[in-house]
Design a protein around this ligand. Structure first.
Ligand SMILES: Nc1ncnc2c1ncn2[C@@H]1O[C@H](COP(=O)(O)OP(=O)(O)OP(=O)(O)O)[C@@H](O)[C@H]1O
Ligand SMILES: Cc1ncsc1CCO
Ligand SMILES: [Mg+2]
Length: 264
C-alpha cells in the first residue's frame, strides 16, 4: 500500500540523506532535471562520458538512464554505468524515451534491460507497450496510447524483466506484475512542459536511493510529481511559469500538501 504518510516519510528521508543521483540523460532536460532534483532535496550529477562511467556510478546512490537523445557513442557509457550500478546493488532506473518511435531506441532499451537489469522502468504508455509489443508506435517522445491501455503489457513487462514498471499519464499506474498502485491527479499543463516525464524518472531515482522497496519508491516519486503539479496549477499562467512554480513546489512541499492533494 502507498499512503500519504508513506510519501511524506520517504520525502523526509530523501531531504535528510541528499542522495547523489547519477543521471545519463538527454540534452533537452539536463538543466530542468538537475534543478528538480536539487529542489526536492537530492544531489544531481549529469555525466555520460564512457571514461568516467565506472567511477561516477561507483560513488552514486542511484543511477538514472534516460535515452532521450541517444547516439551510438552514449550507449557504451550507459552499459558501463548500468552494469556498475547492478554490481553495486544501487537502484537503476530506465526511462525508455521514444521507445516505439524508432527501432534504435527500442533495441537499445532491450539491451539495457537484458544486461543491466533495471529496478524500475518509467515511461509513458506507448513507450512501455512498445517494449513488449512491436505493434505499438510512439509519436517521437509523446504517447499514442492511454495509460489504462498499457496496464496489461506493463504487468507482463514487469514479470519478464523483474523491474517495477511505472506508466505516466493523466492517471499513473505503477506495478511489479502482481500489485498495482494508481495515482489519479490529472494536471493538463504537465504534458505541455517538455521533460516532465524525465523529471518523474529522475525523482524515481532519488526516492529509490532512500527507499529499498522499488514499488513504493516508484509510486512515491509519481505521488511527489502529482502533488507538486497540483500545487503549481493555480499559480501558473501557462507552460512557462508552470516550470518555475513546479520547482518551488518541489522545494516547499510538506505533509499538509501531500495530504491535501494526493489522489490515490
Ligand atoms: N493529463 C496528463 N497527461 C500526461 N501526463 C500527466 C497528465 N497529468 C499529469 N501528468 C504527469 O506528467 C508527468 C509526465 O508524464 P508524461 O506521460 O507526459 O511523460 P513523458 O511522455 O515521458 O514526458 P517527457 O517525454 O516530456 O519527459 C507525470 O508525472 C504524469 O503523472
Ligand atoms: C523533446 C525531446 N526529444 C528528445 S528527448 C526530449 C525530452 C522529452 O522527453
Ligand atoms: Mg518520456
Amino acid at each position: 500500500m502507498i499512503t500519504a504518510q508513506g510519501v511524506s516519510k520517504n520525502l523526509q528521508n530523501l531531504r535528510n540523506q541528499t542522495p547523489l543521483v547519477h543521471n545519463i540523460t538527454n540534452y533537452v532536460v539536463m538543466n530542468n532535471t538537475a534543478n528538480a532534483l536539487l529542489s526536492v532535496g537530492a544531489s544531481p550529477v549529469m555525466a555520460h562520458a564512457p571514461e568516467e562511467m565506472e567511477a561516477m556510478a561507483g560513488i552514486a546512490s542511484s543511477l538514472v538512464i534516460n535515452i532521450g537523445t541517444l547516439s551510438k557513442e552514449w550507449i557504451e557509457g550507459m552499459m558501463t554505468a548500468g552494469k556498475t550500478a547492478h554490481k553495486r546493488g544501487i537502484p537503476l532506473i530506465l526511462d525508455p524515451v521514444g521507445a516505439g518511435a524508432t527501432g534504435f531506441r527500442t533495441q537499445t532499451c532491450h539491451q539495457i534491460i537484458k544486461e543491466c537489469k533495471p529496478d524500475v522502468i518509467r515511461g509513458n504508455a506507448s513507450e512501455i507497450m512498445a517494449l513488449i509489443s512491436s505493434d505499438v508506435k510512439t509519436k517521437g517522445v509523446d504517447s499514442t496510447e492511454s495509460s489504462e491501455n498499457a496496464i496489461e503489457l506493463a504487468k507482463t513487462l514487469a514479470k519478464e524483466t523483474g523491474a517495477v514498471v511505472s506508466i505516466s499519464g493523466p492517471v499513473d499506474y505503477i506495478t511489479d506484475g502482481a500489485s498495482i498502485f494508481t495515482i489519479k491527479n490529472d494536471i493538463p499543463l504537465m504534458p505541455k512542459v517538455t521533460g516532465m516525464g524525465c523529471t518523474a524518472s529522475a525523482l524515481t531515482g532519488a526516492v529509490a536511493a532512500v527507499c529499498t522497496d522499488s514499488l513504493e519508491a516508484a509510486a512515491t516519486a509519481m505521488a511527489i510529481m502529482a502533488v507538486a503539479g497540483e500545487m503549481t496549477l493555480p499559480l501558473a499562467k501557462g507552460p512557462g511559469t508552470f516550470q518555475a512554480h513546479f520547482l518551488d513546489a518541489l522545494y516547499s512541499m510538506g505533509d499538509k500538501e501531500i495530504l491535501q492533494y494526493l489522489k490515490l
